[in-house]
Ligand binder design. Structure first.
Ligand code: HEM
Length: 330
């Protein structure tokens, strides 16, 4: 996919990095889930529906007073129709897969793992609706989050060319120039991992998490009655001046193992924590590191504007509007 973004030698290409990274991340999660059984137009349609549904339903949650308006204008109806279309598309893939002859070699993808999963007690498989929900959450949770992390990452590298230079140097020192690294080689590039961690500190894709109190509780004397809906503001936590020196500065070195001061416990939660910790965190860190290394191998990047890009905090923290970068061939 990165090969499609090509600037002619000596020429500059202006790209909306968020649009490109959304395609890259969706292709990665769609191929990991469905293998190669989905065509590109089908993947694009799925991605488009998911984005529309997400953008709309988050408005109904955050601006509930607009609901009568959405009902009156048929907006709910249109988006419910998108949801049905999405489920029917995915149902089609599940059924297609179930129809594959049992003697054929099973495909090596997430859909097959879900189909093969059995409850420990009853040995029953999941129902079709459960499978649909699982596939949907993988596509949704594994798409926008990674796309946003990658977009902010390339923006920050464009704005901080000295950091991009250090990533390239680390790679050269590890003898990994000229090709994509293997999975087993990724830990040999710890600085590139610190760059990703620092990006998700400044721009946590999941910028807010919602919880409901199951029992009456209290926090530092503040009563929290049962049923209270409250939010954990990760963006604020990650930029808290009491926890992070120069909180708004992009400094990947703060994540070095010997960095001083060390990162306080619970100050950094890009993948959440506890029982609902992101199940895709290793998947995400791997894909982001690979795309970062391949991107920097192919391109030099510069921001198209000196202005700080705005943010659009929906369920995930997206850039507001296109995020233009100027790309030249490295
Ligand atoms: C940079 C990328 C990602 C970020 C920042 C991220 C962040 C998160 C966070 C914060 C949660 C916890 C939500 C909560 O506690 O309310 C979560 C849950 C989840 N994530 Fe991710 N995620 C990323 C990528 C992925 C990927 C690639 C996948 C799939 C392959 C994935 C699948 C999931 C799933 C299924 C859950 C729900 C887990 C559960 O409730 O048991 N995520 N993610």
């Amino acid at each position: 996919m990165l090969s499609r973004v090509q600037a002619a030698p000596g020429r500059r290409l202006r790209v909306d990095i968020h649009e490109e990274m959304t395609k890259v991340a969706f292709n990665i999660i769609a191929r990991a889930t469905f293998g190669t059984s989905m065509t590109e137009p089908e993947r694009n349609r799925l991605s488009d529906i998911l984005t529309r549904i997400q953008a709309f339903y988050v408005r109904t949650v955050r601006q509930p007073y607009l609901r009568p308006w959405f009902t009156a204008t048929g907006t709910f109806g249109r988006h419910d129709a998108f949801s049905r279309e999405l489920r029917e598309l995915i149902r089609g893939y599940i059924r297609q897969r179930q129809a594959v002859s049992p003697t054929a070699a099973p495909p090596d993808d997430l859909l097959q793992m879900l189909l093969d999963a059995r409850y420990e007690d009853s040995q029953e498989p999941m129902s079709e609706n459960q499978l649909l929900d699982e596939v949907n959450i993988l596509l949704l949770a594994g798409h926008e989050t990674s796309a946003n992390a990658l977009s902010w990452l390339f923006y920050l590298l464009a704005a901080h060319p000295e950091v991009a230079t250090k990533v390239r140097q680390e790679r050269a020192t590890a003898g990994l120039t000229g090709r994509a690294p293997e999975f087993s080689e990724l830990p040999q590039l710890p600085y590139s991992q610190q760059v990703i961690q620092e990006t998700m500190r400044l721009y946590p894709p999941a910028w807010i998490l919602d919880r409901v109190a199951l029992e009456d509780d209290e926090f530092q004397g503040l009563p929290i009655p049962k049923g209270t809906l409250f939010s954990i503001y990760l963006h604020g936590l990650h930029r808290h001046p009491g926890l992070w020196p120069e909180p708004d500065a992009f400094r990947p070195e703060r994540f070095a193992p010997d960095a001083q001061p060390p990162i306080p416990a619970y100050a950094y939660l890009p993948f959440g924590g506890g029982p609902r910790l992101c199940v895709g965190s290793h998947f995400a860190l791997t894909e982001i590191q690979l795309v970062l290394l391949e991107g920097l191998r192919r391109f030099n990047l510069a921001p198209a504007s000196a202005a700080l890009p705005g943010t659009d905090p929906l369920i995930t923290l997206r850039p507001k509007g296109p995020l233009w970068l100027d790309i030249t061939t490295a």
